[in-house]
Design a protein around this ligand. Structure first.
Ligand code: GLA
Length: 384
Protein backbone atom coordinates (compact mmCIF):
# COMPACT_ATOMS: atom_id res chain seq x y z
CA UNK A 1 0.00 0.00 0.00
CA UNK A 2 1.69 3.12 -1.15
CA UNK A 3 0.92 6.79 -1.16
CA UNK A 4 2.00 7.07 -4.80
CA UNK A 5 -0.46 4.39 -5.81
CA UNK A 6 -3.36 6.25 -4.20
CA UNK A 7 -2.18 9.57 -5.62
CA UNK A 8 -1.87 8.21 -9.16
CA UNK A 9 -5.36 6.77 -9.03
CA UNK A 10 -6.77 9.95 -7.57
CA UNK A 11 -5.22 12.08 -10.31
CA UNK A 12 -6.37 9.67 -12.97
CA UNK A 13 -9.87 9.35 -11.66
CA UNK A 14 -10.60 12.96 -10.92
CA UNK A 15 -9.59 16.18 -12.64
CA UNK A 16 -5.83 15.84 -12.46
CA UNK A 17 -5.47 17.88 -9.28
CA UNK A 18 -4.36 16.54 -5.91
CA UNK A 19 -5.74 16.75 -2.38
CA UNK A 20 -4.54 15.69 1.09
CA UNK A 21 -3.68 12.13 2.04
CA UNK A 22 -4.55 10.45 5.35
CA UNK A 23 -4.05 7.01 6.82
CA UNK A 24 -5.32 4.87 9.71
CA UNK A 25 -4.31 1.36 10.72
CA UNK A 26 -6.03 -1.90 11.57
CA UNK A 27 -5.36 -3.39 14.98
CA UNK A 28 -4.39 -6.45 16.94
CA UNK A 29 -5.58 -7.17 20.46
CA UNK A 30 -3.29 -9.03 22.85
CA UNK A 31 -6.12 -9.89 25.23
CA UNK A 32 -9.57 -8.61 26.29
CA UNK A 33 -12.11 -9.87 23.76
CA UNK A 34 -15.81 -8.95 23.93
CA UNK A 35 -15.02 -6.92 27.02
CA UNK A 36 -15.30 -3.46 25.47
CA UNK A 37 -19.09 -3.31 25.32
CA UNK A 38 -19.14 -4.71 28.84
CA UNK A 39 -17.26 -1.74 30.30
CA UNK A 40 -14.15 -3.87 30.77
CA UNK A 41 -10.52 -3.64 29.66
CA UNK A 42 -9.01 -4.24 26.24
CA UNK A 43 -5.35 -4.33 25.27
CA UNK A 44 -4.97 -3.53 21.56
CA UNK A 45 -2.29 -1.98 19.40
CA UNK A 46 -2.34 -0.51 15.90
CA UNK A 47 -0.57 -2.43 13.12
CA UNK A 48 1.43 -1.51 10.04
CA UNK A 49 -1.48 -2.33 7.75
CA UNK A 50 -4.22 0.17 7.13
CA UNK A 51 -6.12 2.42 4.77
CA UNK A 52 -4.81 5.36 2.78
CA UNK A 53 -7.23 7.94 1.37
CA UNK A 54 -6.81 11.08 -0.67
CA UNK A 55 -9.53 13.74 -0.37
CA UNK A 56 -10.17 17.09 -1.99
CA UNK A 57 -13.23 19.31 -1.51
CA UNK A 58 -15.08 19.60 -4.83
CA UNK A 59 -17.26 22.65 -4.17
CA UNK A 60 -20.53 20.69 -4.34
CA UNK A 61 -22.72 18.77 -1.87
CA UNK A 62 -21.81 15.45 -3.46
CA UNK A 63 -19.18 12.96 -2.38
CA UNK A 64 -17.48 11.23 -5.31
CA UNK A 65 -15.73 8.18 -4.01
CA UNK A 66 -13.51 5.65 -5.72
CA UNK A 67 -12.46 2.36 -4.14
CA UNK A 68 -9.14 1.62 -5.81
CA UNK A 69 -9.01 -2.00 -4.69
CA UNK A 70 -12.55 -2.81 -5.81
CA UNK A 71 -12.37 -0.55 -8.88
CA UNK A 72 -15.77 0.74 -7.89
CA UNK A 73 -17.07 4.30 -8.06
CA UNK A 74 -20.00 5.68 -6.02
CA UNK A 75 -21.54 9.14 -5.62
CA UNK A 76 -23.76 10.20 -2.76
CA UNK A 77 -25.20 13.31 -1.14
CA UNK A 78 -24.76 14.30 2.49
CA UNK A 79 -28.33 14.13 3.76
CA UNK A 80 -29.73 11.18 5.66
CA UNK A 81 -31.87 10.09 2.72
CA UNK A 82 -28.83 9.99 0.40
CA UNK A 83 -27.43 6.77 1.90
CA UNK A 84 -25.70 4.72 -0.81
CA UNK A 85 -26.47 1.02 -1.21
CA UNK A 86 -22.91 -0.12 -1.85
CA UNK A 87 -21.60 -1.52 1.40
CA UNK A 88 -18.12 0.08 1.35
CA UNK A 89 -19.65 3.47 0.54
CA UNK A 90 -21.97 3.21 3.52
CA UNK A 91 -18.94 3.47 5.80
CA UNK A 92 -17.91 6.74 4.17
CA UNK A 93 -21.45 8.03 4.21
CA UNK A 94 -21.85 7.04 7.87
CA UNK A 95 -18.69 8.88 8.85
CA UNK A 96 -19.85 12.01 6.98
CA UNK A 97 -23.23 11.86 8.73
CA UNK A 98 -21.73 11.30 12.16
CA UNK A 99 -19.37 14.24 11.67
CA UNK A 100 -22.27 16.42 10.55
CA UNK A 101 -24.19 15.36 13.69
CA UNK A 102 -21.19 16.68 15.63
CA UNK A 103 -21.49 20.05 13.86
CA UNK A 104 -18.64 19.62 11.40
CA UNK A 105 -19.57 21.42 8.18
CA UNK A 106 -18.85 18.57 5.82
CA UNK A 107 -19.17 19.49 2.13
CA UNK A 108 -18.79 17.44 -1.02
CA UNK A 109 -15.36 16.00 -1.84
CA UNK A 110 -13.59 13.73 -4.26
CA UNK A 111 -11.81 10.77 -2.74
CA UNK A 112 -9.96 7.60 -3.64
CA UNK A 113 -8.76 5.01 -1.14
CA UNK A 114 -6.91 1.76 -0.89
CA UNK A 115 -5.98 -0.56 1.94
CA UNK A 116 -3.99 -3.62 2.91
CA UNK A 117 -5.80 -4.79 6.04
CA UNK A 118 -7.05 -8.26 5.14
CA UNK A 119 -10.85 -8.16 4.99
CA UNK A 120 -12.80 -10.33 7.41
CA UNK A 121 -9.64 -11.42 9.22
CA UNK A 122 -10.54 -9.77 12.53
CA UNK A 123 -7.97 -7.00 12.08
CA UNK A 124 -10.56 -4.22 11.80
CA UNK A 125 -10.37 -3.09 8.22
CA UNK A 126 -13.64 -1.24 8.71
CA UNK A 127 -12.35 0.69 11.72
CA UNK A 128 -9.30 1.64 9.66
CA UNK A 129 -11.59 3.02 6.97
CA UNK A 130 -13.79 4.89 9.43
CA UNK A 131 -10.86 6.41 11.33
CA UNK A 132 -9.17 7.51 8.13
CA UNK A 133 -12.23 9.47 7.04
CA UNK A 134 -13.14 10.74 10.51
CA UNK A 135 -9.62 12.09 10.89
CA UNK A 136 -9.60 13.53 7.37
CA UNK A 137 -13.00 15.27 7.61
CA UNK A 138 -12.05 16.73 10.97
CA UNK A 139 -8.90 18.17 9.44
CA UNK A 140 -10.48 19.29 6.19
CA UNK A 141 -13.83 20.68 7.31
CA UNK A 142 -13.71 20.83 11.10
CA UNK A 143 -10.52 22.75 12.02
CA UNK A 144 -9.65 19.67 14.08
CA UNK A 145 -12.20 20.66 16.73
CA UNK A 146 -13.29 17.08 17.36
CA UNK A 147 -11.03 15.34 19.88
CA UNK A 148 -9.51 11.92 19.28
CA UNK A 149 -11.96 10.02 21.47
CA UNK A 150 -14.87 11.55 19.63
CA UNK A 151 -13.27 10.55 16.32
CA UNK A 152 -13.18 6.96 17.55
CA UNK A 153 -16.84 7.30 18.56
CA UNK A 154 -17.70 8.58 15.08
CA UNK A 155 -16.40 5.27 13.70
CA UNK A 156 -18.28 3.25 16.30
CA UNK A 157 -21.51 5.19 15.66
CA UNK A 158 -21.04 4.55 11.94
CA UNK A 159 -21.07 0.82 12.67
CA UNK A 160 -24.14 1.12 14.90
CA UNK A 161 -26.20 3.43 12.73
CA UNK A 162 -25.12 2.66 9.16
CA UNK A 163 -23.90 -0.95 9.07
CA UNK A 164 -25.96 -2.55 11.85
CA UNK A 165 -23.05 -3.85 13.96
CA UNK A 166 -23.48 -3.02 17.61
CA UNK A 167 -19.72 -3.01 18.27
CA UNK A 168 -17.71 -1.66 21.19
CA UNK A 169 -15.09 1.07 21.01
CA UNK A 170 -11.90 -1.02 20.88
CA UNK A 171 -11.20 -1.13 17.14
CA UNK A 172 -11.73 2.55 16.41
CA UNK A 173 -9.91 3.53 19.61
CA UNK A 174 -6.84 1.49 18.64
CA UNK A 175 -6.92 2.81 15.09
CA UNK A 176 -6.97 6.43 16.27
CA UNK A 177 -4.72 6.19 19.35
CA UNK A 178 -2.15 3.64 18.12
CA UNK A 179 1.50 4.30 18.94
CA UNK A 180 4.55 2.56 17.51
CA UNK A 181 5.85 -0.27 19.73
CA UNK A 182 3.11 0.26 22.31
CA UNK A 183 -0.01 -1.61 23.29
CA UNK A 184 -2.76 0.41 24.91
CA UNK A 185 -4.78 -0.73 27.86
CA UNK A 186 -8.15 0.96 27.67
CA UNK A 187 -10.68 0.96 30.46
CA UNK A 188 -13.88 0.98 28.43
CA UNK A 189 -15.93 2.20 31.38
CA UNK A 190 -13.93 5.31 32.33
CA UNK A 191 -12.13 5.61 28.96
CA UNK A 192 -8.82 6.01 30.79
CA UNK A 193 -5.96 4.50 28.89
CA UNK A 194 -2.31 3.70 29.34
CA UNK A 195 0.43 2.90 26.84
CA UNK A 196 2.56 -0.18 27.52
CA UNK A 197 5.83 -0.44 25.58
CA UNK A 198 5.69 -3.82 23.89
CA UNK A 199 8.81 -5.29 22.35
CA UNK A 200 8.99 -8.76 23.82
CA UNK A 201 12.59 -9.85 23.70
CA UNK A 202 13.03 -13.37 22.35
CA UNK A 203 9.42 -13.61 21.16
CA UNK A 204 7.39 -12.76 18.11
CA UNK A 205 3.73 -12.02 17.63
CA UNK A 206 2.25 -13.65 14.58
CA UNK A 207 -1.29 -13.91 13.23
CA UNK A 208 -2.51 -16.98 11.43
CA UNK A 209 -5.52 -16.31 9.26
CA UNK A 210 -7.88 -19.27 9.00
CA UNK A 211 -9.26 -17.64 5.84
CA UNK A 212 -12.72 -18.32 7.16
CA UNK A 213 -14.67 -15.10 6.71
CA UNK A 214 -16.29 -13.85 9.85
CA UNK A 215 -19.73 -12.41 9.63
CA UNK A 216 -19.56 -9.78 12.27
CA UNK A 217 -22.59 -8.03 10.86
CA UNK A 218 -24.53 -11.23 11.04
CA UNK A 219 -26.67 -11.42 14.10
CA UNK A 220 -24.20 -13.55 16.08
CA UNK A 221 -22.16 -10.61 17.40
CA UNK A 222 -25.21 -8.56 18.32
CA UNK A 223 -26.70 -11.64 19.95
CA UNK A 224 -23.68 -12.00 22.24
CA UNK A 225 -24.11 -8.42 23.27
CA UNK A 226 -27.77 -9.02 23.98
CA UNK A 227 -26.94 -11.97 26.24
CA UNK A 228 -24.71 -9.68 28.30
CA UNK A 229 -27.51 -7.14 28.58
CA UNK A 230 -29.99 -9.78 29.71
CA UNK A 231 -27.64 -10.87 32.47
CA UNK A 232 -27.03 -7.28 33.60
CA UNK A 233 -30.77 -6.67 33.82
CA UNK A 234 -31.11 -9.74 36.04
CA UNK A 235 -28.19 -8.75 38.29
CA UNK A 236 -29.49 -5.19 38.59
CA UNK A 237 -32.56 -6.43 40.43
CA UNK A 238 -30.28 -7.34 43.36
CA UNK A 239 -27.52 -4.83 42.71
CA UNK A 240 -28.90 -1.63 41.17
CA UNK A 241 -25.44 -0.03 40.86
CA UNK A 242 -24.32 -2.63 38.30
CA UNK A 243 -24.22 -0.90 34.95
CA UNK A 244 -21.91 -3.24 33.03
CA UNK A 245 -20.74 -6.83 33.52
CA UNK A 246 -17.51 -5.12 34.56
CA UNK A 247 -19.27 -4.03 37.78
CA UNK A 248 -20.35 -7.58 38.59
CA UNK A 249 -18.60 -10.72 39.84
CA UNK A 250 -19.13 -14.48 39.86
CA UNK A 251 -21.12 -14.36 43.13
CA UNK A 252 -23.61 -11.94 41.61
CA UNK A 253 -23.84 -14.13 38.55
CA UNK A 254 -24.50 -17.23 40.68
CA UNK A 255 -27.33 -15.38 42.45
CA UNK A 256 -29.23 -15.01 39.17
CA UNK A 257 -28.29 -18.39 37.68
CA UNK A 258 -31.84 -19.73 38.16
CA UNK A 259 -33.45 -16.82 36.29
CA UNK A 260 -31.26 -16.73 33.16
CA UNK A 261 -30.53 -19.30 30.49
CA UNK A 262 -27.54 -21.58 30.75
CA UNK A 263 -26.25 -19.97 27.58
CA UNK A 264 -26.44 -16.42 28.96
CA UNK A 265 -24.75 -17.64 32.14
CA UNK A 266 -21.80 -18.97 30.13
CA UNK A 267 -21.50 -15.74 28.15
CA UNK A 268 -21.34 -13.65 31.32
CA UNK A 269 -18.94 -16.07 33.02
CA UNK A 270 -16.54 -15.70 30.12
CA UNK A 271 -16.73 -11.88 30.20
CA UNK A 272 -16.18 -11.62 33.96
CA UNK A 273 -13.11 -13.87 33.73
CA UNK A 274 -11.76 -12.16 30.63
CA UNK A 275 -11.83 -8.71 32.21
CA UNK A 276 -9.63 -10.01 35.02
CA UNK A 277 -7.29 -11.69 32.54
CA UNK A 278 -6.44 -8.35 30.92
CA UNK A 279 -5.29 -6.99 34.26
CA UNK A 280 -3.31 -10.17 34.95
CA UNK A 281 -1.60 -9.91 31.57
CA UNK A 282 -0.64 -6.27 32.17
CA UNK A 283 0.88 -7.21 35.54
CA UNK A 284 2.73 -10.12 33.97
CA UNK A 285 4.09 -7.89 31.21
CA UNK A 286 5.53 -5.50 33.77
CA UNK A 287 7.51 -8.46 35.14
CA UNK A 288 8.46 -9.64 31.62
CA UNK A 289 6.64 -12.82 32.53
CA UNK A 290 5.65 -13.99 29.06
CA UNK A 291 4.78 -17.49 30.23
CA UNK A 292 1.85 -16.06 32.23
CA UNK A 293 0.86 -13.82 29.31
CA UNK A 294 0.75 -16.88 27.09
CA UNK A 295 -1.15 -19.00 29.57
CA UNK A 296 -3.83 -16.29 29.83
CA UNK A 297 -4.10 -16.21 26.05
CA UNK A 298 -4.83 -19.93 26.01
CA UNK A 299 -7.43 -19.42 28.73
CA UNK A 300 -9.07 -16.75 26.59
CA UNK A 301 -9.21 -19.11 23.65
CA UNK A 302 -10.85 -21.76 25.77
CA UNK A 303 -13.42 -19.25 27.02
CA UNK A 304 -14.16 -17.86 23.56
CA UNK A 305 -14.51 -21.36 22.21
CA UNK A 306 -16.46 -23.12 24.96
CA UNK A 307 -18.29 -20.38 26.87
CA UNK A 308 -18.74 -17.50 24.46
CA UNK A 309 -18.93 -19.86 21.50
CA UNK A 310 -17.48 -17.61 18.85
CA UNK A 311 -14.82 -20.04 17.60
CA UNK A 312 -14.99 -22.50 14.72
CA UNK A 313 -13.29 -25.75 13.78
CA UNK A 314 -10.48 -24.01 11.88
CA UNK A 315 -9.59 -21.67 14.75
CA UNK A 316 -9.66 -24.45 17.33
CA UNK A 317 -7.41 -26.46 15.05
CA UNK A 318 -4.89 -23.60 14.81
CA UNK A 319 -4.99 -23.16 18.57
CA UNK A 320 -4.24 -26.86 19.09
CA UNK A 321 -1.48 -26.66 16.56
CA UNK A 322 0.10 -23.86 18.61
CA UNK A 323 -0.13 -25.96 21.76
CA UNK A 324 1.43 -28.92 20.02
CA UNK A 325 4.35 -26.74 18.94
CA UNK A 326 4.87 -25.34 22.45
CA UNK A 327 3.87 -21.87 21.41
CA UNK A 328 3.78 -19.64 24.50
CA UNK A 329 0.31 -18.22 23.90
CA UNK A 330 -2.41 -18.51 21.25
CA UNK A 331 -6.01 -17.54 20.89
CA UNK A 332 -8.75 -16.27 18.59
CA UNK A 333 -8.39 -12.57 17.95
CA UNK A 334 -11.24 -10.11 17.43
CA UNK A 335 -14.93 -10.85 17.33
CA UNK A 336 -14.51 -14.49 16.26
CA UNK A 337 -16.63 -16.56 13.85
CA UNK A 338 -13.50 -16.95 11.69
CA UNK A 339 -10.52 -14.67 11.18
CA UNK A 340 -7.14 -15.10 12.87
CA UNK A 341 -5.43 -16.56 15.85
CA UNK A 342 -2.83 -14.37 17.54
CA UNK A 343 0.25 -16.24 18.70
CA UNK A 344 3.09 -15.33 21.02
CA UNK A 345 5.94 -17.57 20.00
CA UNK A 346 9.60 -17.90 20.97
CA UNK A 347 11.95 -16.90 18.15
CA UNK A 348 13.54 -20.34 17.98
CA UNK A 349 10.17 -22.10 17.62
CA UNK A 350 8.78 -19.73 15.02
CA UNK A 351 9.81 -21.55 11.83
CA UNK A 352 8.76 -25.02 12.97
CA UNK A 353 5.43 -23.72 14.22
CA UNK A 354 4.58 -21.77 11.08
CA UNK A 355 5.59 -24.63 8.79
CA UNK A 356 3.53 -27.09 10.78
CA UNK A 357 0.53 -24.73 10.93
CA UNK A 358 0.58 -24.29 7.16
CA UNK A 359 1.13 -27.96 6.34
CA UNK A 360 -1.30 -29.49 8.82
CA UNK A 361 -4.01 -26.89 8.09
CA UNK A 362 -3.61 -27.53 4.40
CA UNK A 363 -3.97 -31.26 4.71
CA UNK A 364 -6.98 -30.97 7.02
CA UNK A 365 -8.94 -28.16 5.32
CA UNK A 366 -7.49 -28.10 1.85
CA UNK A 367 -6.73 -24.38 2.16
CA UNK A 368 -3.59 -22.45 2.98
CA UNK A 369 -3.77 -20.20 6.02
CA UNK A 370 -2.17 -16.76 5.71
CA UNK A 371 0.61 -15.63 7.99
CA UNK A 372 0.98 -12.04 9.18
CA UNK A 373 3.88 -10.90 11.33
CA UNK A 374 2.79 -8.11 13.63
CA UNK A 375 4.52 -4.74 13.78
CA UNK A 376 2.95 -2.35 16.28
CA UNK A 377 2.60 1.03 14.61
CA UNK A 378 1.15 4.55 14.81
CA UNK A 379 -2.53 5.53 14.66
CA UNK A 380 -4.54 7.87 12.41
CA UNK A 381 -2.58 10.71 10.83
CA UNK A 382 -2.18 13.00 7.85
CA UNK A 383 0.53 11.90 5.44
CA UNK A 384 0.69 14.82 3.00
C1 GLA B 1 -15.11 -6.62 17.17
C2 GLA B 1 -15.77 -5.34 17.69
C3 GLA B 1 -15.06 -4.82 18.92
C4 GLA B 1 -14.92 -5.91 19.97
C5 GLA B 1 -14.35 -7.18 19.35
C6 GLA B 1 -14.34 -8.33 20.32
O1 GLA B 1 -13.82 -6.37 16.72
O2 GLA B 1 -15.75 -4.36 16.69
O3 GLA B 1 -15.76 -3.71 19.44
O4 GLA B 1 -16.12 -6.15 20.64
O5 GLA B 1 -15.08 -7.58 18.20
O6 GLA B 1 -13.47 -8.08 21.35
Amino acid sequence: MEIEHVRNRFIKHFDGTTGSIYTSPGRINLIGEHTDYNGGFVFPGAIDKGMIAELKPNGTQTVRAYSIDLKDYVEFGLNEEDAPRTSWARYLFGVCREMIKRRVKVKGFNTAFSGNVPLGAGMSSSAALESTYAYALNDMFGDNQIDKFELAKVGQATEHNYTGVNCGIMDQFASVFGKKDNLIRLDCRSLEYQYFPFKPEGYRLVLIDSVVKHELASSAYNKRRQSCETVIAAIQKNHPHVEFLRDSNMDMLQEVAHSISQEDFMRAEYVIEEIQRVLDVCDALERNDYETVGQKMYETHYGLSKLYEVSCEELDFLNNCAKKNQVTGSRIMGGGFGGCTINLVKNELYDTFINDAIESFKSKFNRIPKIYDVTISDGARKLI
